[in-house]
Design a protein around this ligand. Structure first.
Ligand SMILES: *Cc1c(COP(=O)(O)O)cnc(C)c1O
Length: 352
């Protein structure tokens, strides 16, 4: 009844459910892979300076200053960079720009759950490809007819990294369809595939400032690929919203890419904390998948994951549990500051 006025497609949509953002104070929040460290002080300063009378005017529709900062950082041309309001928006435009083909696109059965949502929104057919028994992407399974391929690297929510040589195998087997590598977590220990874009005209690499640059609240995502792919994304973007990047975001994003020292320090701190947390969890009897991300994916052979998540919550610690096939006994735990990780381990010691 209440859906009478809706477009027919909207009745079929199953939207993404983000991890919760509770309004409670003093929570230890290890559920949405945010960075525990603040944004670069230089980025904060640049944003404060961008707030002023100039906001009366529209921002640069092309966000060329931000594109140039990203191009300089990665040693590519500005024409090879696309930016959007979070990488979720960049991914949405990429689905529209490349994946509306006759064959279904491919992505792993255990992966970022937004891919299915965009497939629904843009009416893109898809086929999921099972991860192997070790929860790794098996490259030989991506040698079948498809309308495109997308996967996160490192994968989410497993944290497992695919080496660049494996990504090249996928690219070599799929020269005629766009292959998107979603590198939301690449700065925590992986090698970016951006160095491959010159060689592979079908490769699009997507990144975000939400995780490794502590700017989830600002909403900046980017894509790097050959100019012909970027042109398609610009067409879609300019058919949707000419100004997705506001002046404050452009200023903060530029400064965040310029402050390489702070970026490297905070990424290294998270890598060190991940090593510590992994060792502690293993001592408590958890199996922890090898992670190259700012989270770990772990299961305990004697403890039910949903119960564990509940008991942690009673102690004001929140982690993510997915009630999904194959992974319902896992917890995805964001790597926090040293003291947060210590509180988590202390709580688990009491529970296990
Ligand atoms: C967090 C995440 C994103 C989205 O990041 P935003 O830039 O904040 O929209 C995209 N892909 C994966 C795999 C992620 O984990």
């Amino acid at each position: 009844m209440s859906q009478n006025y809706w477009s027919p497609l909207v009745k079929t949509l199953v939207p993404y459910t983000p991890g919760e953002q509770p309004k409670v104070a003093n929570l230890i929040k290890l559920n949405t892979n945010e960075n525990p460290y603040p944004p670069s002080p230089l980025a904060l300063q640049a944003m404060q300076q961008a707030v002023g009378e100039g906001l009366r005017l529209y921002p640069d529709p092309d966000a060329s200053g931000l594109k140039q900062a990203i191009a300089d950082y990665y040693g590519v041309e500005r024409q090879q960079v696309f930016v959007g309001n979070g990488s979720d928006e960049v991914l949405a435009h990429a689905f529209m720009a490349f994946f509306k083909q006759n064959e279904p696109i491919l992505f792993p059965d255990i992966s970022y759950s937004f891919y299915k949502v965009y497939a629904g929104l843009y009416e893109v057919g898809y086929k999921t490809v099972p991860l192997n028994e070790q929860f790794q992407i098996a490259v030989e399974d991506y040698q079948q007819p498809n309308g495109g391929i997308i996967f996160p690297n490192p994968n989410a929510p497993t944290g497992c990294l695919l080496p660049l040589a494996a990504i090249e195998q996928i690219l070599q087997a799929n020269p005629n369809r766009v292959v998107i590598v979603d590198e939301a977590y690449i700065d925590f220990g992986g090698q970016t595939a951006i160095r491959l874009v010159h060689q592979y005209p079908q490769l699009l690499v997507v990144q975000t400032l939400s995780k490794s640059r502590s700017l989830a609240g600002l909403r900046i995502g980017l894509a790097v690929g050959q100019a012909h792919l970027i042109d398609a994304l610009e067409r879609v973007k300019n058919s949707f919203n000419s100004y997705p990047m506001d002046k404050v975001a452009i200023a903060g994003g530029v400064a965040a890419f310029e402050d390489t020292v702070y970026f490297q320090q905070t990424c290294q701190a998270i890598i060190n904390n991940r090593t510590w947390l992994t060792t502690q969890l293993e001592q408590l009897g958890f199996d922890v998948l090898p992670s190259a991300a700012n989270f770990v994916f772990a299961r305990h052979p004697q403890q039910d994951a949903a119960q564990l998540a509940l008991k942690l919550r009673e102690q004001a610690i929140i982690v993510r549990h997915f009630k999904l096939p194959r992974i319902e006994q896992f917890l995805r735990i964001t790597v926090g500051k040293a003291e947060d990780n210590q509180s988590l381990v202390t709580a688990l010691q009491a529970i296990c």
